[in-house]
Design a protein around this ligand. Structure first.
Ligand SMILES: *Cc1c(COP(=O)(O)O)cnc(C)c1O
Length: 684
């Protein structure tokens, strides 16, 4: 978790506040480090290091410069712009990014300390606040209580609001000795009012003035700022005793008797954990236990649980408008999201339909394909061609496109009938063989006149097969669809948004593999809320519009829900703000190191790693009770299904969490085979 710490001006006590925050985090067992974004005045830097060292009291800071690093130091104490100019240099943004990224890999909290106030110029165009806002770093604003402070603080908050930046909290530093206490109280009151109005729920922490050189350092509780947002801090739920524990037990009992969980029986319900709080890569349970979410809550929580930028965006939207019907209305979050999607969509796929979930997105894409063919005068083309081993969702239309073996028998009566081609058999890095496409060709030979579109999960068949296949398959599929007059639909709900190391998984295939329609979901809102989107080309949109009816015939009640759109905008801003290809590579390296050694182990059929996903296929799945024991012993949440034990973690997972995940997967792989399941386990 990375925070940006800025003052409302120079000399308000930013360095002391940052040092105390790091010290408080460390006291509570959180591994925190401070990065000074740009240091101007190199003498100042050694003073800051000294100050940090004193605050830490030789305590739990890492040895390197008492937990303080600065990627760039300029000698002259002035704005970074001027200080750099005087040395004939420029502030090197990438040096800052590299330093922060390196710290974020090794520590769970990084406090990036700005230089002076928010509107400090870093170069000719970029102010410090722009730099931080672009990276999605939530802000900790340090203000003080002296005369004139109200103006600086409220203007700073205005700037934060204008940029839609997430505000983690305000630190109010008591006015210097000799200030009339009423002036200090007035300043604090003004800030509290501004927070209530514009940033409801954002905490203010009061910092007493003290003399750093005196050797006595006050213990300040920063947990209101870092509690709900940072990876630590005591919470209402943590270590629940007495009344909380009784409430929790009663809830679990009710849950067990009355609430269905996914693919679970109400007669013999599997045990569940009560989660109370999300903390980056971790989830905290009612008893205070923390589990690393190695499956990113079904692959959705890309940026970590309750990322402050997303929480803040939802709060901000909630304070204005939670919902309005999309029939006859539009709103800023929907437009903003569709612009963001257009900017990252595959070439030309900038017409968007917002759906409420992944399954619905697949239904919508199917209906688009059918209406498209109908508009071309081919109403008999009303079926799709899907792949064996695929998974597209749980509603009837999406189930009907998922692997036809398994649960399909149960629901045959309500499912439309489609056509299937073989699962692409050549692995991702295997040797390509055109024979892989033979069954697609055959399906079109036999049923081409009825096929409106082909649909597949590009490169990564996730929830059914956990299989990475050769990207060349997609180029072949594209060519065949073109030859046969069918559309090509990619379901990137699981694989899209950098999971396989590319923004879209089909990008692995290079040119000549672009879809006509693309579905995205899961990580779209960073896992904060349910939302999916269907992106269509102008050809698809234009052809449908030219048909009868000209309207596209779908429109759910909660279409384009503003809260969900706001969450998705914040999530896509986070994706845009840093290098997710590199983040995926880091996770891929960890899985290769940690999982490859399992190859050839007894009970291990295969090990597969691509991007930020690692899969171990077992010969026989272990007993659920045994898996649960491993989860509790290792503190790693895994959710194996069928014979697959895998991790698709949040991208913010730390290196040490990654090695613990691999250790837990190895422990599961070493478990004895469990009893055969009484029901076939179709998917998660
Ligand atoms: C999860 C998933 C879906 C279904 O999404 P829901 O939001 O669960 O309805 C569809 N397709 C793929 C590839 C998925 O992984």
């Amino acid at each position: 978790m990375i925070y940006f710490v800025s003052g409302t001006g120079t000399g308000v006590g930013k360095t002391v506040a940052t040092g105390l925050a790091a010290r408080d985090l460390a006291r509570r067992g959180v591994d925190a480090i401070t990065v000074k974004m740009v240091q101007t005045g190199d003498a100042g830097f050694s003073e800051d290091v000294e100050e940090h060292r004193r605050l830490a009291g030789g305590g739990p800071f890492p040895e390197d410069a008492a937990g303080l690093t600065a990627p760039q130091v300029f000698a002259f104490p002035a704005s970074p712009l001027l200080a750099a100019e005087l040395e004939g240099r420029r502030v090197d943004f990438s040096a800052i990014d590299r330093a922060v990224a390196a710290c974020a890999e090794a520590h769970s909290v990084v406090l990036v300390e700005g230089a002076g106030g928010l509107a400090v110029p870093l170069d000719g165009e970029t102010l410090a606040i722009d730099f931080a806002a672009a990276r999605g770093w939530p802000l900790v604003l340090v203000a003080d209580g002296r005369l004139g402070a109200i103006n600086h603080t409220l203007l700073s908050l205005e700037a934060v609001k204008a940029r839609g930046m997430a505000l983690a909290g305000v630190v109010h530093v008591e006015a210097p000795a000799g200030t009339d206490p009423r002036i200090d109280a007035d300043a604090e009151r003004a800030v509290r009012r501004a927070l209530e109005r514009d940033f409801p729920g954002v905490p203010l922490v009061r910092l007493p003035r003290f003399d750093v050189s005196s050797g006595t350092v006050p213990d300040v509780d920063f947990s209101p700022i870092f509690a709900s947002k940072g990876p630590d801090g005591p919470s209402a739920g943590a270590g629940a005793g007495g009344a909380d524990a009784a409430r929790s037990a009663a809830d679990l009992d009710w849950d067990r008797r009355k609430i269905w969980h996914p693919y679970a029986s109400l007669g013999t319900p599997p045990p569940v954990f009560e989660a109370v709080r999300g903390l980056g890569a971790e989830v905290e349970l009612a008893d205070g236990t923390r589990l690393v979410d190695a499956v990113a809550s079904w692959w959705s929580v890309a940026h970590g649980h309750d990322h402050p930028a997303i929480v803040e965006a939802v709060k901000r939207q909630a304070s204005r408008m939670t919902h309005v019907m999309f029939g006859g209305f539009t709103h800023e979050p929907a437009v903003a999201l569709s612009r963001r999607l257009a900017a990252i969509a595959p070439e030309g796929l900038d017409n968007v339909f917002f759906a409420d979930s992944g399954s619905i997105a697949v239904e919508v894409a199917s209906k688009m394909a059918v209406q498209y063919q109908r508009a071309l005068g081919r109403p008999e083309r009303c079926k799709l061609l899907a792949l064996r081993g695929g998974y597209h969702g749980d509603t009837a239309g999406a189930m009907a496109l998922s692997d036809p073996d398994g649960m399909h028998v149960l629901f045959r009566g309500i499912m439309p009938k489609h056509f299937f081609a073989d699962k692409p058999s050549v692995p991702f890095d295997g040797e390509w063989d055109d024979a892989c496409l033979a069954s697609v060709e055959r399906a079109f030979d036999e049923h081409g006149g009825e096929i409106a579109a082909a649909i597949c999960e590009p490169v990564f068949q996730a929830a059914n097969a956990m299989w990475f296949y050769h990207p060349r398959f997609l180029r072949g599929l594209r060519r065949i669809c073109d030859e046969r007059g069918a559309l090509l639909v990619y379901d990137e709900i699981a694989a899209g948004l950098w999971r396989t190391g590319r923004r879209w998984a089909h990008e692995h295939a290079g040119d000549g593999a672009a879809p006509d329609i693309l579905c995205t979901g899961k990580a779209l809102t960073g896992g904060a809320m349910t939302l999916a989107a269907v992106l269509a080309s102008d050809r698809v949109a234009g052809t449908i519009s030219g048909g009868r009816p000209s309207a596209f015939m779908h429109g759910p009640t909660f279409m384009a829900n503003p809260l969900a759109c706001a969450a998705a905008c914040a999530s896509l801003d986070l994706f845009a703000a840093s290098d997710y290809a590199e983040k995926a590579r880091r996770i891929e390296r960890a899985f290769r190191t940690g999982l490859e050694p399992l190859r050839g182990a007894p009970n291990v059929a295969d090990v597969r790693v691509l991007g930020a996903a690692g899969v171990v296929e077992l010969v026989s799945p272990p007993a659920p009770e045994d898996v649960r024991r491993v989860i509790l012993e290792t503190g790693i949440w895994l959710r194996p299904f069928a014979g697959f034990v895998y991790s698709i973690p949040p991208f913010v997972v730390s290196d040490s969490q990654l090695s613990r995940i691999c250790e837990a997967i190895r422990a599961v792989a070493a478990l004895p085979p469990g009893p055969p399941p009484d029901d076939p386990d179709f998917h998660e």
